[in-house]
Design a protein around this ligand. Structure first.
Ligand code: ACO
Length: 307
């Protein structure tokens, strides 16, 4: 039994914050941020609910479905608008959905965890599921802390997954979590994001490579077969290091962090949408989706686009 990905949608705030603008208030520079991260600008504003709702509506329209068609909403978010209620029911209400709705928090691997959750929900009788990744990270950034302020941003992306008895787009998954590394990247209640950037960097490359290798093996293909790599958008140097170790040239990697920064669980659908808008997604192509984040959590999947 299979899963088809039939629609995509994204939403980002209108407000663009450039590296130069951050340099006005922080001891940093466009040169440092660009060279060390690849980020040139980011979008700031909205909320997990408003951005998630817009992305969800666009994904539904892209799939040609109406709200009554959706059996379940799974929202990946690290930054729910409130601790309770979850943000997913609020998005469902704003969209006019009447189905079950829940949040999943796996930080920057969240969209991948939500896809895997949706796949399981389709295996147990649901027919159409809306998966959204939506983040309002800027709310939890100390704007006097240059370590985090240059990295994190806001945005949302969504996908519609449909049951198909005759074939599947999702060929394999490899997910993991290591709570012994929890303190490397945290945001306490009422606090701000803090990170041991160097150690997160090192571990990120390791887990992306190992989970990608597992997902490729389970899908029965090699890195050479991949048309695209759609990685979590945290740092260009992480993407370069991981693709190099996997033997994949950078021309096959999708990079949008230069325009959007790190949007956590929204970054993979934002990257996918960009690839599709630029004609880089073709039926029959294999793609590797891979993410990692606080937890630490990580997840890779091999997808074969059918449309
Ligand atoms: N502007 C200017 N200088 C800076 C800045 C800044 N914004 N930040 C740090 N520096 C300085 C440091 O103080 C240091 O100075 P020193 O040499 O005098 O001590 C120097 O630049 C180098 O700092 P490093 O921390 O060694 O810089 P590094 O090259 O490691 O880059 C970064 C830091 C960008 C954070 C990198 O380590 C990284 O990307 N790590 C992974 C981040 C990540 O992937 N997070 C994951 C998910 S986020 C989530 O889950 C929500």
């Amino acid at each position: 039994m299979g899963v088809r990905i039939t629609g995509w949608g994204t939403a980002v705030p209108d407000r663009i914050v450039t590296n130069d603008e951050l340099s006005l208030t922080l001891d940093t520079s466009d040169q440092w941020i660009t060279e060390r991260t690849g980020i040139r600008e980011r979008r700031i504003g909205g909320s997990a609910m408003t951005l998630g709702t817009l992305a969800g509506e666009r994904a539904l329209a892209d799939a040609g479905l109406s709200t009554s068609d959706i059996d379940f909403l799974v929202l990946a978010t690290t930054t729910p608008d409130r601790i309770a209620p979850a943000t997913a029911p609020m998005i469902a209400n704003a969209m006019g959905l009447t189905c079950p709705a829940m949040d999943v928090n796996a930080a920057c691997a969240g969209f991948m965890y939500a896809l895997r959750t949706a796949q399981g929900l389709l295996e147990t009788g649901n027919k159409k599921i809306l998966v959204i990744g939506a983040e309002h990270l800027s709310r939890w950034v100390d704007w006097t802390d240059r370590n985090m302020a240059v990295l994190l941003a806001d945005g949302a992306g969504a996908a519609v997954l449909e049951y198909d008895p005759d074939g599947t787009d999702l060929l394999s998954f490899s997910l993991g979590a290591d709570g012994s590394a929890a303190d490397l990247l945290t945001c306490e209640h009422g606090g701000f994001f803090e990170m041991d950037g160097k150690e997160v960097f090192r571990r990120a490359v390791r887990v992306v490579v190992s989970s990608a290798e597992e997902a490729l093996k389970e899908a029965g293909i090699t890195a050479d077969d991949l048309a695209l790599v759609i990685p979590h958008q945290a740092n260009l140097r992480i993407i370069q290091a991981a693709t190099q170790r996997l033997g994949i040239e950078m021309s096959r990697a999708v990079v949008v962090l230069d325009r959007y920064g790190n949007t956590s669980s929204a970054s993979i659908p934002l990257a996918f949408a960009d690839a599709r808008d630029n004609g880089r997604v073709k039926a029959g192509d294999y793609a590797l989706l891979t993410g990692f984040g606080a937890g630490m959590t990580w997840a890779s999947a091999v997808v074969k686009w059918s449309r």
